[in-house]
Design a binder for this molecule. Sequence first.
Ligand SMILES: *Cc1c(COP(=O)(O)O)cnc(C)c1O
Length: 397
Amino acid sequence: MHGTPPPPCIYVVSKKCDVVNWGLQRMAVPLVDLKAQYQTIKPAVLAAIERVLDGMSLYLGPEQLTFEREFAQYCESLDSVSVSNGTDALALALRACEIGPGDEIITVANTFIATVEAIAMVGATPVFVDIDPDTYTMDWREIERVITPKTRAIMPVHLFGHPADMDPILEIARKHGLRVIEDASQAHGATYKGRPIGGIGDIGCFSLYCSKTLGAYGEAGVCVTNDPDLAERMRVVRDHGSRVRYEHEVMGANWRMDEIQAAVLRIKLPHLDHWNETRREHAASYTEKLADVVASTPETESWAQHAFYVYVIEVPNRDRVRNLLNERGILTGVHYPIPLHLQPACQKYGFKAGPLPVTEAAAERILSLPMYAELTNEQIQQVCDALVDVLTPTPTH
Ligand SMILES: *Cc1c(COP(=O)(O)O)cnc(C)c1O
């Protein structure tokens, strides 16, 4: 979970919460607890790492080849290409579709900066559309208004674990001859009308960053496709534009996944469906306890299976609520506080505030609660109790 403090791998406990607010010294609830997951798979992970080091095949070796096959199968897709991280996965997909300077890509502004960094990396230009207020994902009704002769692709983001509404997006893309590249970095294992996301558009790009629902123990990413030509082009660009050593047909990059990450991911992948199921149970539990407490709880469309990468509520006075929760040992996130069109990094594109009202309004109110499979019922209760406490007006005498 990028961009907002506290960082995902660290327990941050406000000094105040130790004794003052929690006389019984209850433990803080972190936003994500990577150690808790590791404890459940530790022997298998260590054995896998040892296997790689014993073989000393460190790149493009057997683990990675097998992971590519297993992940493609998981996504019910023809093929997958493992890469160095999620940002490179998106850039690699754009390169494979021969998208570059002068081209426009339609995407959303309420996403992690990497979505747009990848567009900038290949020299293309991002064009933003607003989002659906219920799912926070791309509002397809807005797409045709921003299509120009320069438009080459649509890049929906399956945000927070909820799929974007792919059918109308694919239909618009077909009508206008555009590519569809899914940013699937937050929705490993989520389904759209029964199909796993990632393999629905031309290419699906996944980050395998440590805090994602499927996370490596270092940098990693993967691109999924049903098009053998695109897969082949991605393999060439990923490895220095080369099929045969020291023969370079195109200007490529070093965007390879390392073998240790592939081995770790192969241990984790068989657990993913169970972890997602557990996340959905936690989400249902939060929603049951919070429906009457907060302004909004997450919705799941009838055609979607949510993966709950993050559980996002809306509250008024979000930053104040966040600070008060922090004082009570509840660590939260905001995904994301500043929409990308308003980021200094995007200044050169000349975007203004105003044209994305749903995106801009959501950014003020959204709050991500602790969410990971190993979260306990007691921790969920602790989070909900704290929210009730913080959001209930203090009686005046
Ligand atoms: C995490 C993430 C990325 C980037 O992934 P990295 O592996 O950190 O490069 C891209 N898009 C979205 C929506 C993400 O959440």
